[in-house]
Design a protein around this ligand. Structure first.
Ligand SMILES: Nc1ncnc2c1ncn2[C@@H]1O[C@H](COP(=O)(O)OP(=O)(O)O)[C@@H](O)[C@H]1O
Ligand SMILES: [Mg+2]
Length: 448
């Protein structure tokens, strides 16, 4: 992409309305613009990040055997009357009436829709277990939307729903999602710790929130520091198998959100120097809630012995749009964002220091062609801004690698490679920079 033909409205000054660094940086880097309180447009740069996060989530859901579909944003109130939640859900639900005076709503979640689809589609217990997911916009009329995309009203969520014949089988489905989540967040460069959580309005008896530690997090959390060191399951993990052991390795150590925190147990179970008390951002939440919806909505199937059995269900959410903010909270410095390669909007920023100088232009064109030809995503700054402004823009938008080409170096066939994270700069030959960048990007695309 040539920056001279792109749309990336940078703000030089920190916007006043943004309280936390990720929100400030997303506005400054031209990633989002607010359309109404808690409702955002995703500008080109931000949208690229959102799509990359979505794709990692999708790949790990698919690896774990979940099946993607797409449910509507607008749902019928009747389904929610069937489950009994229409009145319970309260003011967070955006309620809509159509021209025929029928009650609709903008879905805050989709248990009702999926339960009705699955109920009508399944014929035999032999079709279990199944896990169906979608990545779709949700709306919750939050009383206090804040922190940009972290607590929006409209937000993108991956929500998966598991269906099983028995409680034991359902726990296996839960463990599978648990393991998939560990991989998902690690691939974005995050350490997300599963913590015992309250089941909230959805109800049930087994629930974990995946928490990224960050000063600006909205939840107070408590855990054993060993949890920060455990390795996540490898890519070749058998997701058809029993992943209870993986889960137990994590839930064996103390980790709880404020609502579930038990100070006595924390002190008894965790040695003083291993106690982590911190703020955290909830990036995912998984629940096992048994037959709450299947009973209410008649989602049953005939078991092997002919008896009708209510399906055991779980639901599994990932806050995809919130993750964009969470990743920035975890990776930035005074100059701007520091993206991990796996979610960076572009992998390389190519800076031309003398646009219009024939030799410099042609070296840049050549590097651009070779990198993009190798499948590397390059943002080429071919504008006529001054060098200082170009450098600060590149640092602000946080692309992992910067290749800087100027007329002086070009005479000696030299360019500069800068690593955004370490700040390290190296002078290299044209050919050297191309092979080095291709190699590094490819190696770092998949972190685990
Ligand atoms: N208002 C919001 N803005 C952005 N992301 C959200 C919002 N509410 C929830 N999420 C994301 O969706 C995931 C699943 O939501 P859920 O646990 O059902 O919501 P809550 O924790 O608010 O009850 C959360 O872990 C979070 O990452
Ligand atoms: Mg939650």
């Amino acid at each position: 992409m040539h920056l001279s033909r792109y749309f990336m409205p940078i703000l030089r000054e920190p916007p006043k309305e943004a309280e936390i660094v990720s929100h400030q940086l997303m506005l400054r880097a031209g990633m989002i613009r607010q359309s109404a309180a808690g409702i955002y447009s995703w500008l080109p740069l931000g949208y690229r990040v959102l799509r990359k996060i979505e794709q990692i989530v999708r790949q790990e859901q698919d690896r774990a055997g979940a099946i993607e579909l797409l449910m509507p944003t607008i749902q019928s109130a009747d389904m929610w009357r069937e489950s009994g939640r229409y009145d319970d859900y309260g003011k967070e639900m955006l309620r809509i009436t159509d021209r025929h005076k029928r009650d609709l709503l903008f879905g805050p979640t989709a248990e009702e829709v999926i339960t009705s689809i699955f109920r009508d589609g399944i014929k035999s217990y032999k079709e279990l277990p199944r896990n169906l997911y979608n990545i779709q916009w949700k709306f919750r009329d939050e009383i206090r939307p804040r922190f940009g995309v972290m607590r929006g009203r409209e937000f993108l969520m991956k929500d998966a729903y598991s269906f099983d014949l028995s409680k034991e089988a359902s726990r296996l489905s839960y463990a599978r999602m648990f393991a998939a989540y560990l991989r998902t967040f690690a691939r974005m460069g995050l350490k997300a710790i599963p913590m015992a959580a309250d089941t909230g309005p959805i109800g049930g008896d087994l629930s974990h929130e995946f928490i990224v530690l960050a000063k600006t997090g909205e939840s107070q959390v408590f855990c054993h520091s060993d949890l920060l060191e455990i390795e996540v399951p490898a890519a070749n993990t058998n997701f058809q198998g029993d992943l209870t052991e993986v889960m137990e390795q994590w839930i064996g150590a103390y980790a709880a959100t404020e609502e579930m925190h038990d100070a006595k147990r924390f002190e008894a179970e965790v040695p003083k120097d291993k106690r982590v008390e911190a703020r955290g951002i909830e990036v995912g939440h998984i629940f096992h809630f048994g037959t709450k919806y299947s009973e209410a909505m008649g989602a049953r199937v005939q078991g092997p012995d002919g008896n009708l059995i209510n399906l055991e269900m779980g639901s599994y959410g990932v806050g995809i749009s919130r993750l964009v903010g969470a990743i920035i909270e975890a990776g930035h410095d005074d100059s701007g964002i520091i993206w991990p390669v796996s979610v960076a909007p572009f992998e390389v920023g190519l800076i031309n220091l003398r646009v219009g100088d024939g030799a410099t232009d042609s070296v840049c064109a050549d590097i651009y062609a070779k990198l993009t030809g190798a499948g590397i995503e390059v943002l080429y700054d071919d504008t006529d801004e001054r060098a200082g402004a170009k450098f600060s823009t590149m640092d602000l938008i946080g692309l992992p690698y910067q290749v800087v080409v100027g007329p002086k170096g070009v005479k000696d066939r030299q360019v500069e490679l800068k690593d955004r994270k370490s700040g390290e700069k190296q002078t290299m030959s044209f050919e050297g920079v191309i092979s080095r960048v291709i190699e590094d990007v490819q190696r770092n695309r998949i972190l685990v």
